[in-house]
Design a protein around this ligand. Structure first.
Ligand code: ADP
Ligand code: 5GP
Length: 207
């Protein structure tokens, strides 16, 4: 996907879903196949997980630092996703990536995605990732082993509410078979970013 664009349009892809539906898996895949995409690194006050790197997975902030950024109007959107755990998109991050002529991909909860869609309108494509069922979602979250049983219950309570948002987004992608879901995600992204390009059925560029 290199060297074929005459003009650059500032566009963003919002990958959104309830926790455990597969956002991170899909976002990582898209970033690995499309070099026109880059990831928007969010700021958060939640604890850093062992495999995570500051500035790569998140900008990890103390509650005080996060509060100062709110006061400085530094966020395009922010939210207390879980109690005492704040997450937000920095305006400077969006400007930085568009300045580099990258289309931006977000791994973001449904409320944050709704806010970004309102702000960026047709410059944003909202893709809602739906799990095949709540039971399957629960099983996947358990086997990911990143939350305690108590945190898992909190996340599942939220999932039920978040599923109601699905109709608010431009498109819904059911993440059942992973390979199929990844191909579908590629296709949706290409059709949005390059609406005039001819695409093969499997989402590959035909030119
Ligand atoms: P999210 O970022 O939405 O919280 P993840 O991408 O971390 O979700 O996915 C949650 C868990 O489910 C991970 O362990 C991931 O490997 C697994 N997973 C994602 N998609 C599928 C799928 N289609 N089939 C089986 N497991 C999946
Ligand atoms: P996690 O703690 O699993 O990394 O993320 C928890 C939730 O916060 C996920 O649903 C994730 O998409 C969401 N999230 C991550 N970054 C942002 C952000 O910048 N803004 C908002 N509103 N939510 C975010």
């Amino acid at each position: 996907m290199k060297g074929r664009e005459a003009t650059f349009q500032s566009k963003m892809i919002l990958i959104t879903a309830p926790s455990g539906a597969g956002k991170t898996t899909i976002v990582r895949h898209l970033l690995s196949v499309f070099d026109f995409l880059d990831f928007s690194v969010s700021a958060t006050t939640r604890n850093q997980r062992p495999h995570e790197q500051d500035g790569i997975d998140y900008y990890f902030k103390s509650p005080q630092e996060f509060k100062s950024l709110i006061q400085e109007d530094a966020f395009a959107e922010y939210e207390e996703v879980y109690k005492d755990q704040f997450y937000g998109t920095l305006k400077s991050e969006v400007d930085r990536l568009w300045g580099l002529k990258k289309r931006i991909v977000f791994d973001i909860d449904v409320q944050g995605a709704t806010n970004l869609k309102k702000l960026y309108k047709e410059n944003a494509l909202g893709i809602f990732i739906a799990p095949p069922s709540l039971q399957i979602l629960k099983d996947r979250l358990r086997s990911r082993k990143t939350e305690t049983e108590k945190q898992l219950e909190t996340r599942l309570t939220r999932v039920r509410k978040e599923m109601e948002y699905r109709e608010a987004f431009d498109t819904v992608l059911v993440n059942d078979n992973l390979d199929t879901a990844l191909k579908e995600a590629e296709h949706k992204v290409l059709s949005y970013i390059f609406p005039n390009a001819k695409l093969f059925q499997d989402g590959r560029d035909a030119r």
